[in-house]
Design a protein around this ligand. Structure first.
Ligand SMILES: [Zn+2]
Length: 400
């Protein structure tokens, strides 16, 4: 009897375990979210409205058109202090008012191609102005071109925007004088950021890597953002593309008279050495200091007309003659690429041009032939980071 009781007892336990497992499983299944009754919040409705700045519009006028009074306008100006000055808005640009469910969300104004000023309100209802990067969709675009006419013409033909062509000329400004040494058959390749915004074409972004072949010689450039956040271009062996002197003091021009030991001068009607380069350029073209330095002279000097002399260091001086106007005075410290004056025809000159001299240790040298010292290469501690960035463009540099 006792044995049977135990058997029944064990059977009961076994059944219990099995049932428990089954029941448990059932329970587990029922824990899955079946169909939950959810309150679905309707998606907010965003709307935008554009207000283009028209002839004669002030910020007050445009604010009024957006539905704000003078007091609000003043509050936005105050909120923008140190961030963006809305009195500087530009004709043809626009303010975009964003609303969420019909209520104010933000007003956005593109300051330039990279940044926008954003007007919002904080919890207290006060206007707040911030600056943010404009969001673009970016793809890397490879463009190849061959020079037939000029960098500008053939760059445009290859589909490049003016700003990208200028940026390319800037990248190689220390290596190649685009005004004078470019010739048919030269070629360029560049990898740059093609950008769109909300599906529409937008201004191109940065050049990431570039190659330029001038008279058979290849120049390379890699954009490198260093660990300190500095941005520069280096040749792909890590040497700096930046030199103490620019190749030319003008962005676009042509040489009208080269460096010569005997040249007939049309004004003086005599033959004399011309230890300089004359760049023909339209009246008023900006003249750039080719290097960092201090202006030692900026005054009318005989046949040189309006004349500037810049002391760069104990070895180098550069001089600029026949200017129409000055942008600096004697004693000013100038940076490489800074505008120091404008092309003119003062002094002994027959037409607008810049007479440019380089003086090394007191002796005039030919700016087109002079070997200029190189800038600093990638420092050792950044070498690995540079190589990594360069390797990202390996396919670009390895193609023919
Ligand atoms: Zn000259």
């Amino acid at each position: 009897m006792r044995k049977r009781t135990i058997v029944i007892f064990l059977l009961a336990i076994a059944c219990g375990i099995l049932f428990g497992q089954w029941y448990g499983r059932e329970e587990h299944i029922s824990e899955q979210p079946v169909v939950e009754e959810m309150f679905v919040e309707p998606l907010p409705v965003y709307t935008t409205e554009s207000f283009v700045i028209e002839e004669g519009d002030t910020f007050a006028v445009i604010m009024e058109r957006m539905g704000y009074d003078y007091e609000d306008m003043q509050k936005v100006l105050d909120a923008g202090e140190g961030m963006y000055d809305f009195t500087q808005i530009v004709l043809g640009k626009k303010f975009v008012m964003k609303k969420k469910d019909g209520l104010f969300d933000a007003i956005v104004y593109d300051i330039n191609s990279e940044e926008q000023a954003v007007i919002t309100k904080n919890d207290a209802g006060d206007f707040v102005v911030t600056k943010q990067d404009i969001a673009y969709d970016v793809t890397e675009e490879h463009v190849h071109g061959t020079i037939e006419a000029s960098l500008f013409v053939d760059g445009n033909k290859a589909g490049l925007e003016d700003r990208t062509i200028l940026a390319l000329a800037d990248v190689f400004a220390w290596e190649i004088d685009f005004a004078t040494v470019i010739q048919p058959g030269d070629s360029f390749d560049l990898l740059y950021e093609k950008r769109t915004r909300d599906g529409a074409a937008a201004p191109a972004g940065d050049i990431l890597a570039a190659r330029f072949v001038n008279r058979g010689k290849e120049y390379t450039a890699v954009r490198f953002v260093d660990p300190d956040g500095g941005i520069g271009y280096y040749a792909n062996d890590g040497t700096s593309l930046q030199k103490p002197f620019l190749k030319a003091p003008l962005a676009y021009s042509r040489i009208s008279s080269g460096y010569s030991n005997a040249r007939f001068h049309p004004v003086t009607q005599s033959t004399a050495p011309h230890l300089a380069i004359d760049y023909a350029a339209p009246m008023g073209t900006a003249i750039l200091s080719t290097g960092d330095g201090v202006v030692t002279t900026a005054r009318y000097t005989g046949g040189y007309g309006n004349f500037i002399s810049i002391h760069h260091n104990d070895t180098w001086v550069t001089q600029y003659a026949h200017l129409s106007r000055y942008a600096v005075s004697a004693g000013d410290r100038v940076e490489q690429g800074q505008i120091i004056g404008y092309v003119g025809s003062t002094g002994w000159s027959t037409g607008p041009h810049l007479h440019y001299e380089m003086v090394k240790n007191g002796t005039k040298v030919n700016p087109l032939n002079v070997e200029l010292p190189a800038g600093d290469p990638i420092p050792d501690e950044w070498r690995a980071a540079f190589d990594e960035q360069k390797n990202a463009y390996r396919a670009f540099f390895e193609q023919e």
